[in-house]
Ligand binder design. Structure first.
Ligand SMILES: *Cc1c(COP(=O)(O)O)cnc(C)c1O
Length: 478
C-alpha cells in the first residue's frame, strides 16, 4: 500500500479516517482572532478616549448582532466580523473608567496565563491530566495559607467567593455531624449559623442550597461602621440554644461588600472557642489586605479561623474567577467531606502519589486551573508588587475621600476603613434643603437615576455608593 493512501473506514455512513475539520483554516482563524484581541482589547485597555461600552438596549442589540444559528456554517470573514462585534458591544472591564461593584482593570500576566490555559484546556481533577497546574495550585494555596498565618492547612480553588462560602458552610456542618454525608438531613436537629447583618448575600443562598434554611441564618447586629457586635453574637447563640436549636457556625466578614467593614475577629474567635463553633471568615473582598504589611492588621485574629474564603480576582486582579477556600484542619477534612471516590477517575493504584489527585476535595468534577493566573501575577510582581497594588488602592480611596470633602454637593457617609468609599451626590436642587424625610426620599430617587447613567457604583438598601476601581488614576477620579 502506498503511504498516504488510506483505505477509508466507513461506519454508519461516516468516514472515520477522513478529515474532520479544516486544520489550516482553524489555525488561521485563531491567529486572526488573537490579533483582533490584541488590537481591540489589550492595546485599547489604557485609552481613556475609548468608550467603556457601546451601550444598546436588548432589542436593538439583538438586531445589531447576528445571533441566529443556521444550518450551514458562516465564512471565516463573517466569523471574524462577529468577534469584532462582540468586542465592540461588550463592556471594556479593563478601561480606566470602568467602575463596578466587584472588580476592575486588566492584569497582563493574569491575562497571558488565562490565554495559556484556554489554549491547553486542562481540567485539574487529577495529576495525570494537569501535572503543572496541580503543583501550581498547591504552591499558591501554601502561600495564601502563610498569609493567613497558619503553619499548614488545606484548601481548594472554587468558582467564586459565593461557592467558597457555601463549601465552608457544608464543611463546618460535616465536622459538626459527619453522618450527614450518608444519612442526609432528616435526622438532624435545627442547625443555626450566625453572620452579620452586613454579610454577603451568598450566606443566605448557601443556607438555602444546603437545606439549612434562610430562617436559620441568625443575623448579628452591627455597629455604626458595619462591624459585627460580638456581645450580640453571644446573646443570639444563647437564644438559639434556648429555642432548642443547635448552633454550629459563625461566618465573620473581613471587608463587607458595601461598607468595607472588618468584623472584630479576635473577639469573635473567643466566642466561637467558648461555644465550640466553627469560625469561617468571608474575606472574599478584604483578604487581599493580608499581603500588605501596612494594612493586614484589619484582619487581626484571622489565624484563629477554621476556614477562610479569599478572592484574588477582586483587588489583586487575577482574572475571574479566582477564589480560594482555605482550611486550617490537618485531618483531611475537605477530602472526607467532599470525596465520592469515583473509581473511573481517582484510581488508588496509579504509578504516582495519588494524593496529588486533589479533585475529589471539590464539589466539581471538571475544574479550571484558576490558581495559575494568580500565580503568574504573583511571579511577575512578587509579594512586594502585590503589596504595592493593595497600598495603592488604599491611597486612591484616601484621595477620593479628600476630593469628596472638598467638593460641593458630595457628602461622605463615613471615613472608610478599607477601599470602599461610600458617599452621596447631592444634586443642586436639593442642596439648600433641610435633611428631613423629604430630602432623603428625593435624594434616593436621584441616586437611582445616577445608576442608570452608569457611572456610579454600588447601591445598598440605603442608597449609597462604594467605588471600586483601584487601577484608576486620580485624573480620572477628578
Ligand atoms: C464579592 C463577595 C463575595 C462573592 O464572591 P463571588 O466571587 O462574586 O461569588 C462574597 N463575600 C463578600 C464579602 C464579597 O465581597
Amino acid at each position: 500500500m502506498t503511504p498516504g493512501k488510506k483505505i477509508p473506514i466507513f461506519v454508519d455512513g461516516v468516514v472515520l479516517n477522513g478529515p474532520q475539520t479544516d486544520v489550516k483554516a482553524g489555525e488561521k482563524f485563531v491567529e486572526e482572532a488573537c490579533r483582533l484581541i490584541m488590537e481591540e482589547v489589550v492595546l485599547k485597555a489604557t485609552d481613556v478616549n475609548e468608550k467603556v461600552c457601546e451601550w444598546q438596549p436588548p432589542e436593538q442589540l439583538r438586531q445589531l448582532l447576528d445571533l441566529e444559528m443556521r444550518d450551514t456554517g458562516e465564512s471565516q470573514d463573517k466569523l471574524l466580523k462577529l468577534c469584532q462585534d462582540v468586542i465592540h458591544f461588550s463592556v471594556k472591564t479593563n478601561h480606566p473608567r470602568f467602575f463596578n461593584q466587584l472588580y476592575a482593570g486588566l492584569d497582563y500576566y493574569s491575562l497571558a496565563a488565562r490565554i495559556i490555559t484556554e489554549a491547553l484546556n486542562p481540567s485539574i481533577y487529577t495529576y495525570e491530566v494537569s501535572p503543572v497546574f496541580l503543583l501550581v495550585e498547591e504552591a499558591v494555596l501554601k502561600k495564601m495559607i502563610e498569609c493567613v498565618g497558619w503553619k499548614e492547612g488545606d484548601g481548594i480553588f472554587n468558582p467564586g467567593g459565593s461557592v467558597s462560602n457555601m463549601c465552608a458552610m457544608n464543611l463546618a456542618r460535616y465536622r459538626h455531624c459527619p453522618d450527614i454525608k450518608e444519612k442526609g438531613l432528616s435526622g438532624l436537629p435545627r442547625l443555626i449559623l450566625f453572620t452579620s447583618a452586613e454579610c454577603h448575600y451568598s450566606m443566605k443562598k448557601a443556607a438555602s442550597f444546603l437545606g439549612i434554611g434562610t430562617q436559620n441564618v441568625y443575623f448579628v447586629e452591627t455597629d455604626g461602621r458595619g462591624k459585627m457586635i460580638p456581645e450580640d453574637l453571644e446573646k443570639q447563640i444563647w437564644q438559639a440554644r434556648q429555642e432548642g436549636a443547635v448552633p454550629f457556625l459563625v461566618c465573620a466578614t473581613s471587608g463587607t461588600t458595601v461598607l468595607g467593614a472588618f468584623d472584630p475577629l479576635d473577639e469573635i474567635a473567643e466566642v466561637c472557642e467558648r461555644h465550640g463553633l466553627w469560625l469561617h471568615v468571608d474575606a472574599s473582598w478584604g483578604g487581599s489586605a493580608l499581603v500588605s504589611r501596612k494594612h493586614r492588621r484589619l484582619l487581626h485574629g484571622i489565624h484563629r479561623a477554621d476556614s477562610v474564603a479569599w478572592n484574588p480576582h477582586k483587588m489583586l486582579m487575577a482574572g475571574i474567577q479566582c477564589s480560594a477556600l482555605l482550611v486550617k484542619d490537618k485531618s483531611d477534612l475537605l477530602k472526607k467531606c467532599y470525596s465520592a471516590k469515583a473509581t473511573y477517575l481517582f484510581q488508588q493504584d496509579k504509578f504516582y502519589d495519588v494524593s496529588y489527585d486533589t479533585g475529589d476535595k471539590s464539589i466539581q468534577c471538571s475544574r479550571r486551573p484558576d490558581a495559575f493566573k494568580f500565580w503568574m501575577t504573583w511571579k511577575a510582581l512578587g509579594t512586594s508588587g502585590l503589596e504595592e497594588r493593595v497600598n495603592r488602592a488604599f491611597a486612591l480611596s484616601r484621595y477620593l475621600v479628600d476630593e469628596i470633602k472638598k467638593r460641593e454637593g458630595f457628602k461622605l457617609l463615613m471615613e472608610p476603613e478599607y477601599t470602599n468609599v461610600c458617599f452621596w451626590y447631592i444634586p443642586p436642587s436639593l442642596r439648600e434643603m433641610e435633611e428631613g424625610p423629604e430630602f432623603w426620599r428625593k435624594l434616593s430617587l436621584r441616586t437611582v437615576q445616577f445608576i442608570c447613567r452608569g457611572f456610579l457604583l454600588e447601591r445598598n438598601a440605603d442608597s449609597h455608593f462604594a467605588l471600586r476601581n483601584w487601577k484608576t488614576f486620580p485624573s480620572v477620579l477628578a
